[in-house]
Write a new protein. Sequence first.
Length: 368
Amino acid sequence: MAALVDAKRLVVKIGSALLVDSETGTLRQEWLTSLAADIARIRARGTDVIVVSSGSIALGRRILGLPMVPLALEQSQAAAAVGQIRLARAYEEALSPHGIITGQVLVTLEDSQDRRRYLNSRATMETMLGLGVTPIVNENDTIATDEIRYGDNDRLAAQVAVTVGADQLVLLSDVDGLYTANPRINSDAKHLDIVTKITPEIEAMAGDAGSGLSKGGMITKVMAARVATEAGCAMAISLGSAMNPLGKLEEGAAVTWFSAQTDPQAARKRWISAMKPRGTLMVDAGAAGALGRGKSLLPAGVVQINGNFGRGDLVAIVDPSGTQLGQGLVRYTSAEARQIMGRRSDEILEVLGYEGRAALVHRDDMVL
C-alpha cells in the first residue's frame, strides 16, 4: 500500500466544502493555515507538491451576495472571477510565511484534450516546480462552459496528476474513503482500506452523495482514481476536515488507497509509442549519440524534416541512414522547425522573432 511519506511528486485536491464554511461562505482560514504547514513539511523532505483547489465560486458567491442555490452559468462565472482573486491571495498568504512561492494555473478540459496546449501546460508546471514554486490549479470557471469543463475538481486533479507525472494524488474530502455502501444510510457499510483494481463492483459501491458546496460525489472520485492509477499514480481518499489533514493521514487516519497499475513514466511512454507519427526528423550522428545518452533533441542536431505537423504532434526521429531511433512529441510546427533546424537554441529568438523552447523534442516526451 502507498504511503504519503514515499511520494516524490504529490498532487493534493482541496474541495470547496473543506475550504469554505458552508454556513457563512467565508474562508476557513485556520484550517488553510494548518494545511500550509503540512505542505511546507512535505516539501522540506524533497517532495514536489501541486495543489488543485476548488473554492472560487463558493467564495465569490458570498462576496456578491448570491443565494445558496444552484447558480446560472453566467452567475457562476461572475462568482468565479471574484472568488479566484480571493482564493489565490489566501494560498499566497498561507504559504509565504514558510518561504513558499505560489503560482496560479487556470485550466479547462481543452487544455488536456489539445496536445499543443497539454504540452504547454505540462512544460509550464514543470518549470514552476523546477523554480521551487507550488502551483495552485483550478478550473477556469470564468470561461469554461459545459462543453469544455471538467465539471468537478476530482477529475481535474487526476488529469493534473497525469500531466505532471505525479506518483501520488490525495483527494481531501468530507468522507474518509470508499465504503461498500453509503455509510450515511447503511449502517452495515464497510470501509475499504485499499483497492488494488477498479472493477465494476467497486464502481457500483460509489454513491453520489456530496455536500451543498461540492459538485462531486464518490462516483467522481472513483472515476478520478481510474484515470490516475492507469497512469501510474496511486490515489487516496481521506477525510480532510481536521486541522493538519495531511499530517493526520501520515499518522494513520482512515483512508482508501487505490493502487497504481504501472509507474508514471512507463504509462507516458506507452501512450507515445501507440501514436502514429505525422512527420520525420533526421538527425546527425552527434545528435543520435546524444539521444542514446538520454538527452533531448535540440534544433542544432536536425539536418532534414519531412511532413507537415503541428505543435504537440508525434514525429519519428531517424539517423542519417534512415534508421528510426525513436519518436516523440514535437514542440514546434513543421514550418517553425524548418526555420530553426541546424541552429543553436540561443538563436531561436532571432530566427522566429519570439522566445521558444530550447528542445525540439524533450526527452520526457520521447520514446527510443
